[in-house]
Design a protein around this ligand. Structure first.
Ligand SMILES: Nc1ncnc2c1ncn2[C@@H]1O[C@H](COP(=O)(O)OP(=O)(O)OP(=O)(O)O)[C@@H](O)[C@H]1O
Length: 259
């Protein structure tokens, strides 16, 4: 049996009287795009926040490649190769694309200039960013020193996904990456997601957009009332099945377990 890259058992997260996660299980298999779908307030964002260290669950266990982990911040998860693009993009609009790519892990100049004077190695950072954006086919961005605020919504989303793909050596998590994007821009982001998967990096995709989910996902985790209701194969279920499961209009007859 293949071991999950990232797994969780019995996650519980309470906010006062609200139980956002109610003994939630989760499995992400190697090299897959796993979509997480569910109604508003079902607990999807809370789940990925727990997996990415943005919040700490009250109960339950998370394992990365079989070993228990306890992330106390997103930086802990990033250090383990788990990169997340949250719904709020967390970009600095006035800074350049290159600066945004590196936020929090800037490259310093070698020797005294870097160690004592903390001078950034801008040339290296720009070169790296240019290469990563080119690798992902983001050729529409002309100038790596362009402030992020001058980019279109789709290009910004592209930079955020490229940043996650560049540093997410184990897992890339995307919370609603195509929300608020036009048709063309969404297409670009969906292509990027598939490009990341083709490099062997598994992706968790949270989305309300069923056509997008059914186009790219290998498996679909249906989340309802704070827990995983079932995992379905999008080739064997229709979009209306998925919507019926997540809203409670129908109950799945078999719960598909990970391979
Ligand atoms: N910081 C918080 N404080 C209080 N309640 C919270 C907090 N974060 C989430 N919740 C509650 O937990 C529940 C799950 O929220 P969550 O954002 O995880 O749902 P979701 O499935 O991502 O929803 P959506 O699709 O609307 O983004 C909701 O009832 C929400 O109000």
């Amino acid at each position: 049996m293949t071991r999950p890259v990232l797994e969780a058992r019995g996650l519980v997260k309470r906010y006062g009287k609200v139980t956002a996660l109610d003994h939630c299980d989760f499995d992400l298999m190697p090299g897959e795009i796993l979509a997480v779908i569910g109604d508003n307030g079902a607990g999807k964002s809370t789940l990925i926040k727990a997996l990415s260290g943005a919040i700490q669950p009250d109960e339950g266990e998370i394992k990365l490649e079989g070993s228990p982990v306890r992330f106390t911040s997103p930086n802990d998860a990033r250090a383990e190769g788990i990169e997340t693009v949250y719904q709020t993009l967390a970009m600095s609009p006035a800074l350049s694309i290159a600066d945004n790519m590196f936020m929090g892990r800037e490259l310093r100049m070698p020797g005294v200039m870097g160690q004592v004077f903390r001078r950034l190695d801008r040339r290296k950072m720009e070169e790296f960013s240019r290469q990563k954006l080119a690798d992902l086919g983001l050729m529409t961005i002309q100038n790596i020193n362009q402030p992020v605020e001058t980019l279109s919504g789709g290009q910004r989303q592209g930079v955020a996904v490229a940043r996650a793909a560049a540093f997410g050596s184990r897992v890339v998590i995307l919370d609603e990456p195509t929300a608020a994007l036009g048709v063309k821009e969404s297409r670009r982001v969906l292509d990027l997601i598939q490009e990341v998967r083709s490099r062997g990096i598994p992706i968790i995709l949270i989305s309300h957009n069923m056509p997008h989910v059914f186009e790219v996902a290998d498996r679909v985790h249906v989340h309802r009332l704070g827990k995983r209701l079932c995992v379905i194969d999008p080739k064997e279920h229709s979009m209306s099945d998925a919507v019926a499961y997540m809203t409670g209009a129908a109950v799945p007859d078999a719960v598909a377990e990970p391979a």
